[in-house]
Design a protein around this ligand. Structure first.
Ligand code: SF4
Length: 149
């Protein structure tokens, strides 16, 4: 069975910055097709839950109180990539808009809920290493991609 790297909050883990989760309704459907490998780069990078929200500002990641958390985000991305490689994950389902897991659109660094084009720190690293990434608005496309392979 294929291995799918998945953002842990989409899997139901309460690891979001505010202590919540982003559980998706399609989890059982995905479990029928793949072995799910959950990762939360922000927690594995050393951040606590709950925590202040962060955004990417230039080449840094900062919390809304100005704390620089670039090192934690970078470490979390490397751990997520390591987990993907160890488990043979060639595809990932990652949480949209997150500064770690966002794919395609992320917040623009002004903490004004404004989106811009771009990927989160972990997704950048996954893509650089050849992993195909979908977000939770693209589950239909993900299932088609998996069944085509
Ligand atoms: Fe979810 Fe990713 Fe944020 Fe963790 S880092 S809470 S997995 S979006």
């Amino acid at each position: 069975m294929k291995k799918l790297l998945i953002s842990a909050c989409l899997y139901g883990k309460k690891c979001r910055y505010d202590g919540g989760d982003n559980l998706i309704a399609e989890l059982d459907l995905l479990r029928d097709k793949c072995t799910l490998i959950p990762v939360c780069p922000e927690v594995s990078g050393g951040l606590e839950t709950p925590r202040n929200p962060s955004e990417i500002v230039g080449d840094r990641v900062v919390m809304n109180d100005g704390t620089d958390v670039t090192a934690e985000y970078t470490k979390g991305a490397e751990i997520a990539l390591g987990t993907a490689i160890e488990n043979g994950c060639e595809v990932a389902l990652m949480k949209a808009k997150s500064p770690s897991c966002g794919c395609g659109r992320i917040y623009d660094g002004t903490f004004s809920r404004t989106l811009t084009d771009g990927d989160g720190i972990t997704v950048r690293l996954l893509k650089e290493n050849g992993i195909k990434v979908f977000n939770e608005t693209q589950i239909k496309e993900l299932l088609e991609y998996i069944s085509e392979e």
